[in-house]
Ligand binder design. Structure first.
Ligand code: TRP
Ligand code: SF4
Length: 436
């Protein structure tokens, strides 16, 4: 199986996805003030979240990064990523939002000018209406941020066509801009760790699993640009290795300097490009690695922490099957007329019985019902309310017609409120974009 970020494949079997791609199961235990997505287990996996959790617990700096391709409408599915990003911002993260205009041009042939208009008129006002903070936040365009494009170009040195084809399944007929666009996303995710943008620190990218190929590539390239690697040694202790081909002596000296407060028994080997730390234990490797990351920028490296990711479940389409940006009947857009949206809810497929009589007798199946998903992902902020929908659906007390009416009503007040906020945001939209 291959994950393709530009197709409209659906990925329902989350356990299998995790296994096949080495995604870890996500456990939200211990995170403070969790929003519904977290409390309800809708985040099914992660890569490297431990580093972010650690930063949260210690109140250390970290960043959260997301982006949107200004192409189709922004629907409730997209809102999930922003909800997560805002949550992590509330826990202390610096928030970065990319307008992926280069990707939209490369993969969807949307001119930069049009992307800019869409972003300024729709996406950014939506962000503001969803609660974009005023502090510790940057919205930028890929095409206008030189640091992102430079990194894309420079980091591309460490991947090749074979790898790009293996990860993305590109055919030989792919246009070169599209072939290159994943590197621009790598630039997005890693540039937040450059000194001008806050420096090396843990970074989280909340995404749908369709974006996992970009995460893998980014983590690979962050690792490929490390100056040091740290490995356990058979005879005990750990080894710090100077990577690459440059003279290892100054690197090893700097490494020793960084570690000498904590350890006392060092052996250096220039031919092995290694500093052996005899009195270090294997479980101290992450701490040693963090100390080395810190000094890498002063030694000519980047010191990139491998970016972490979380993966949320996808909402189903209202017509059954997959929710798709290009099929309006399958989703609720944040910008559609309230009446239209309500009509879609009323027409949605459900997990209810074939007849009222059967429904009363056997109960409904919330676990396969897109209307229930609306409650679970967006409409029921209170867990007790959601429980009640679930219970009365299963018992057959709740009929689908009434249930949809209630959902449509909740959606109506959400969208009306949202529309007002969005109108009020229109003036601010241009001002919040950083023009670099
Ligand atoms: N590729 C993402 C999409 O299709 C958009 C994106 C661009 C992005 N840069 C990013 C997402 C950085 C997360 C992080 O929507
Ligand atoms: Fe879905 Fe509501 Fe019908 Fe249950 S009662 S199947 S949740 S629409």
């Amino acid at each position: 199986m291959r994950i393709d970020p530009w197709s409209s494949q659906s990925y329902a079997d989350y356990a299998r996805l995790r296994e096949e791609f080495g995604i870890e199961p996500f456990d939200a235990t211990g995170l403070p003030d969790q929003p519904p997505l977290f409390r309800r287990g809708l985040i099914f996996g992660h890569r490297g979240f431990g580093a972010v959790r650690r930063a949260i617990e210690r109140r250390e700096r970290f960043a959260v990064m997301s982006g949107l391709m200004p192409s189709g409408p922004m629907h409730l599915g997209h809102k999930m990523v922003l909800d997560q990003s805002l949550y992590f911002h509330s826990l202390g993260a610096d928030l970065f939002l990319a307008v992926a205009d280069i990707e939209a041009y490369a993969a969807r042939n949307i001119p930069l000018e049009k992307a800019r208009r869409l972003a300024e008129e729709i996406y950014i006002p939506n962000y503001i209406a969803l609660g974009l903070p005023e502090e510790r936040v940057q919205i930028y365009f890929q095409s206008r941020r030189q640091a992102v494009k430079d990194l894309a170009y420079l980091l591309g040195r460490r991947t090749n066509l074979t790898e790009m084809k293996a990860i993305y399944g590109f055919e030989d007929s792919v246009n070169m801009a599209h072939l290159f666009s994943p590197l621009v996303q790598v630039g997005d995710i890693l540039h937040v760790q450059l000194p001008d943008y806050g420096g090396p620190r843990p970074t989280l990218v909340p995404v749908g699993v369709d974006q996992d190929p970009h995460i893998r590539l980014t983590r690979d390239l962050a690792g490929a640009h490390r100056l040091f690697s740290v490995e356990p040694q058979k005879e005990g202790g750990i080894g710090v290795f100077a990577r690459g081909e440059e003279d290892p002596a100054p690197l090893l000296k700097a490494a020793k300097n960084a570690l000498k407060d904590r350890y006392g028994r060092f052996d250096e080997s220039i031919p092995y490009r290694a500093l052996f730390v005899r009195d270090a234990k294997n479980d101290e490797i992450p701490g040693i690695d963090r100390a080395l990351l810190k000094i890498e920028p002063s030694l000519g490296g980047y010191g990139f922490h491998p970016p972490a990711s979380t993966y949320h479940r996808f909402m189903s389409g209202l017509t059954g099957g997959k929710m798709s940006s290009s099929k309006p009947e399958t989703h609720i857009s944040l910008n559609e007329p309230v009446k239209e949206a309500m009509k879609k809810v009323m027409g949605a497929v459900t997990g209810g019985g074939a007849t009222v009589e059967e429904h009363r007798r056997l109960g409904g199946k919330p676990e396969v019902c897109p209307v229930y998903e609306l409650y679970m992902y967006h409409l029921a902020s209170d867990d007790a309310d959601l429980q009640e929908v679930n219970r009365t659906c299963r018992s057959g007390e709740r009929l689908c017609g009434n249930c949809k009416k209630e959902a449509a009503g909740l959606l109506e007040s959400f969208l009306k409120d949202f529309e007002e906020k969005r109108k009020a945001a229109a003036d601010r939209a241009k001002a919040v974009v950083r023009d670099d």
